[in-house]
Design a protein around this ligand. Sequence first.
Ligand code: ADP
Length: 465
Amino acid sequence: MAALETSGTTPRSLLGFTALSVSVVLAVLVAFLLGVNMHRLRDSFAWVQHTNRVLLEAAGMHEALLEAGSATRSYLLTGDPTYIAVHAQAIRAMNSRLDVLARLVSDNPAQARRVAEFRSQIRARQLALARAGGLNAGSRERVIATMRAVGNSGAYRDFSVLMGAKFDAFRQQEMALLQMRQDSAEKATGLTALLAILAAALALIAGGAGVYLIQRERAEHRAREMELLLTHTQRLSLMGETSLALAHELNQPLSAAGNYLSALKRFLASETGAGRDRADDTAEKARAQVLRAGEIVKRLRNFVAHGDNERSPQTVETLFADALALLGTLDDGVALNRSIEPGLRPVFVDRIQVQQVLVNLMRNAIEAMRNSPKRELTLRAIRHDANTVQICLQDSGSGLPPDIASRLFKPFVTTKSTGMGVGLSISQRIVLDHGGRIWAESIPGQGALFCFTLPVAQAEEAAAA
Ligand code: ADP
């Protein structure tokens, strides 16, 4: 079974594994790109939060400023001292929001400058108020007088309007910044997403190709294994068949030789001259059978050694004569008819193998006719087509047993108590090896007909012989 073990990495499976590795690397790249995009989205979200915070602080500061202005005006109009506390609280809130805002926009010089400007303008406004006496219990008249003196009682309103416009500009700038950041983040995210999609598609293609190549390699490997297994099994079965064939074929000449030797013993024991004459003939026949057995073994040895057989042009007359010589003395009660179409070309065959087929078929026919009142065997050879000769054997025996008629050429099919059931299967193998065909049929009321075809020798084969 060593021949079944096939291993090693082929270029195709190497390519498959490389494609799978590429697919894994691309999958890692996809994960990385998705991670980068997640990070960008988080950043983008953080920017939105930052902008919200800045806008919230700016709005709070604006509100505190308006509240401070409104408290100032209310105090000046009503003289209610509670507005002084409201004013002071609004100023504190405004300063604390200014601090937060300054910290939030510290990374943006333009916005930081704007916040510093808010601070200085608000401070200037505070100073102007302080110069007018500040906002306290006794300062109301003085402040009003100062304001009247400068003819600027609406100055708080104007300041609020001015600051409102500045806050709007600040807010818009912050919104524009957010938009810019989001636009660039969107572009980068889109590009990364595109790259991720491309990488994912490539990963899928590479992965698919890798799996396909590896699967195909495995399937081919398996097919190769099956083929080797089949060859191995066929070899085993051929060995079995060959052994059976050998046993089967040797059995026949050896038992014939045995019969001749028994007869020889009898003849030698007889005192008559005729007995002695027949002894010579019988000894010669026994010798021929033993030689044939030796020939069979030799043929088998050649076959095993060279895996080939020896074919040569043979006339059908020779083949018939060979087979009949082997069978002639086996059963004297059988009438043999021979008919060979005139001008039939020689066939290109292994002589021993075809003898084997003919002897098998004839022996079967003789056995089938053992209990028949009429025992007649006809050998016929005709031209089948331009390149083939057809040989038929017809007997007057029992005909083919119907239960095995369809399995006749399968090994181990027999109706005989001592039969091995391999004669016909071996005959079929030999005929098929020669490129021919073998078939059988029962002829109702007459017996069985076996026919097979053999190739005629072509001119160059005949010349080479
Ligand atoms: P076996 O050695 O057992 O005879 P074969 O393969 O030669 O094996 O033949 C198989 C069977 O085919 C025989 O047992 C017999 O039943 C049948 N058979 C073969 N030749 C004939 C025939 N001429 N007439 C009738 N039956 C036959």
